[in-house]
Design a protein around this ligand. Structure first.
Ligand code: CP
Ligand code: NVA
Length: 303
């Protein structure tokens, strides 16, 4: 049976196992694996990417496989060939596909029509592969992924949705500090609450960013304007100005807190330069961990 990773919930049963494998992979960076020889990853990107694209491609090559970058505009998909036919055809060439899409439905259609695993490399609903790197970084720093308070300040977007689910799966508490009307997707929030009941993870929505950050072990933020939302920039920058993660908000976090950001970051908007470049920031460790977690995830799916 092939296994797709469209949501964090597709890793509920082995989320921490993949993180532990990533930590081992980090120690053997240039090791190739016989299982990966001649295995091909196809990477379809409808939107730009630095970390996801380059970490996946490097991961595949270092493990002994290969990766092909696929721009939809250079494929027949850009001229109207259906996603379903594309999935059927690519299944005959490749071993695994990663897909960054504007619409979650596109990723789901590709997964449904493909005979090989499909990895969601970010869509409008979730960013599951980012979460592996985030929680790997949390484990490296705190030695565990449960029993912590993780606060996300900002837009209830794809990253916030996946972070809520990841906290629920891991057994950590999650608080989002966001303006009314910018909460996470309500279906995903319900799902996170259900999972949290089992794992004893408490989830909370808070409109006051200072209260949200109180005693947090991890403070996370992401851009206010996600890819594809450029028209909303002016309005969103006004609505979110009170939600900047800066030194005065961070005074309320636990004294040993860690700052995370999936990147790319905008200093002076969602985060101050003092916070992202300060001593509590682990954002570049987090970014590097995209490589090790990409390896562990692909290895898990293909071996
Ligand atoms: N964090 C992240 O996914 O970055 P990219 O958009 O550069 O891939
Ligand atoms: N929320 C951001 C994440 C970028 C990695 C976006 O979708 O653009």
């Amino acid at each position: 049976m092939k296994r797709d990773i469209l949501s964090v919930t597709d890793m509920s049963s082995d989320f921490e196992d993949i993180i532990d494998l990533s930590i081992r992979m980090k120690k053997q960076r240039y090791t190739a694996f016989p299982e990966m020889q001649n295995r091909m990853l196809g990477m379809i990107f409808e939107k730009p990417s630095t970390r996801t694209r380059i970490s996946l491609e490097t991961a595949m090559e270092q493990m002994g496989g290969h990766a092909i970058y696929l721009n939809p505009n250079d494929m027949q998909i850009g001229r109207g060939e259906t996603i379903e036919d594309t999935g059927r055809v690519l299944s005959g060439f490749l071993d695994v596909i990663s897909y960054r899409a504007f619409r979650h439905e596109s990723v789901a259609s590709l997964a449904k029509s493909s005979r090989i695993p499909v990895i969601n490399a970010l869509d409008d609903r979730e960013h599951p592969v980012q979460m592996l790197a985030d929680f790997m970084t949390i484990k490296e720093i705190f030695g565990k992924i449960n029993g912590l308070k993780v606060t996300y300040v900002g837009d209830g977007n794809n990253v916030a949705n996946s972070l809520a689910l990841s906290c629920a799966v891991s057994g950590s508490d999650f608080t989002i500090g966001c303006p009314a009307g910018h909460e996470p997707d309500s279906r995903i929030w319900q799902k996170a609450l259900e999972i949290g009941k089992e794992t004893k993870s408490r989830l909370e929505i808070q409109n006051d960013p200072v209260k949200a950050v109180e005693n947090a072990n991890v403070v996370y933020t992401d851009v206010w304007v996600s890819m594809g939302e450029e028209k909303e920039r002016e309005a969103k920058e006004k609505i979110f100005s009170r939600y900047q993660v800066n030194e005065s908000i961070m005074e309320h976090a636990d004294k040993d807190h860690v700052f995370l950001h999936c990147l790319p970051a905008h200093r002076g908007l969602e985060v101050s330069a003092g916070v992202i470049d300060g001593i509590h920031s682990a954002v570049f460790q987090e970014a590097e961990n995209r490589l090790h977690t990409s390896k562990a995830l692909i290895f898990t799916l293909l071996s």
